[in-house]
Design a protein around this ligand. Structure first.
Ligand code: SAH
Length: 368
């Protein structure tokens, strides 16, 4: 017996099924306006629908009460708002909330809402897994599975925005979740454009940080196309031998090339760069490491963000002792390096990249 393939309910009838993103209302090119016109509706209703989604935080087309009544079920039939489901939702005492989202193909990603004074920052993922292989990071332990679509990236923002009370708005975005954002720029940049758009979330570009392992050609592309983002470069070591051990992609790139690309981005953007440095006890936290870092950053108007290591189950790395941490920071401070030690937030809910996904996968594997 043969079965007809399931009808592509997500694809508007007037668009070829192969058209990227057709049917996911959050894809910038979803065919909504064409669809409306084909339904005999004015194209401007597309704007009204997006206002409901982004400003009105509507959860379903049925909630869009100023749309013609018979249009709502037709939208429901042909477009999807949500392609993900919430597999888990955790809250920490400090106000941090973390969502584990299940994608349409069963893959899982994480995104986090952080509350800090007036700031409402979201940390979003750009890929399922990661190909960079940083040895201390949970996200890359199983390699990269796929890029997220633009719609899936936007969906994280909308899901997190809906955790806020009606009188609060998202203020900042950091692309520091799972994945290497500069390996998925084609899908990330349109999503961030929607985040900035006045009819989207209206978050200024200056409040959006992209964190990268340091891929020079992609940094140059960002500088050429979109230099307004705040760029954070994950350094983690000041020389090639140690960096290649911790960040394997460094082997083919090298610290000098990463810094040169970062400098070019800074020249184009005029925005101060951030370098990230995860402190691993007994690995990259010696006085010698700190002195090398001082030499490397000399003459650069950069901020060094020292990140406390968030232990990952099964990995051998440890946080440094408080003495070696203070010693390390003192060398940098004495040399006038601009250092910021990142506070750990949401540690009790495993709010570090890839950790929750792995826990959930482990629990599923054990249950099977
Ligand atoms: N691929 C991007 C985004 C990764 S996540 C990048 O490499 O920058 C953002 C930061 O968290 C990176 O600096 C990453 O190295 C760091 N990180 C990864 N795992 C960590 C852990 N277990 N504890 C602390 N920081 C971690």
């Amino acid at each position: 017996m043969t079965h007809d393939p399931a009808p592509p309910v997500s694809t508007p009838a007037n668009l070829p099924a192969s058209r990227a993103g057709a049917g996911h209302i959050l894809e910038p090119v979803c065919g909504l306006e064409d669809w409306l016109v084909a339904q005999g509706q004015p194209a401007w209703r597309g704007r009204a629908i997006r206002r409901w989604l982004f400003a009105g935080r509507a959860a379903a087309f049925a909630d869009m009460t100023d749309l013609p009544k018979d249009l709502r079920p037709r939208l429901e039939a042909d477009f999807r708002i949500w392609t993900t489901s919430i597999a888990s939702h955790q809250r920490a005492d400090d106000g941090t909330e973390k969502l584990l989202l299940e994608l349409h193909d069963g893959q899982r990603i994480e995104c986090v809402l952080l509350r800090d004074g007036e700031r409402r920052t979201v940390c979003i993922s750009s890929q399922v897994g990661c190909a960079m292989g940083c040895v201390f990071c949970a996200s890359g332990l199983d390699g990269v599975i796929r890029n997220l679509t633009t719609g899936e990236i936007i969906e994280q923002l909308l899901r997190l925005a809906r955790l806020l009370p009606a009188d609060e708005r998202l203020s900042h975005i950091v692309v520091m979740g799972m994945g290497e954002p500069l390996a998925n720029l084609d899908r990330l940049l349109p999503a961030l454009a929607v985040a900035q758009h006045p009819q989207g979330l209206g978050i200024s570009q200056r409040r959006i940080t992209i964190s990268t392992v340091g891929l020079p050609p992609a940094i140059d592309r960002l500088a050429a196309e979109n230099p307004g983002y705040h760029l954070a470069v994950s350094l983690h070591a000041a020389d090639d031998a140690l960096r290649t051990r911790l960040v394997p992609v460094n082997k083919a790139i090298g610290v000098e090339a990463v810094l040169a690309a970062a400098d070019r981005y800074w020249e184009t953007s005029g925005r101060r760069l951030t370098f990230e440095y995860v402190l691993l006890g007994g690995v990259n936290d010696s006085i010698d490491d700190a002195q090398k870092l001082v030499r490397l950053l000399a003459g650069r108007a950069a901020l060094l963000n020292v990140i406390p290591y968030n232990p990952v189950a099964g990995l051998p790395w440890k946080e440094p002792s408080s003495e070696s941490r203070e010693r390390f920071l003192a060398v940098l401070g004495d040399a006038g390096v601009n250092v910021q030690v990142r506070r750990r937030k949401g540690a009790r809910i495993d709010a570090a990249c890839g950790q929750l996904r792995r826990l959930a996968a482990g629990a599923t594997a054990r249950a099977e």
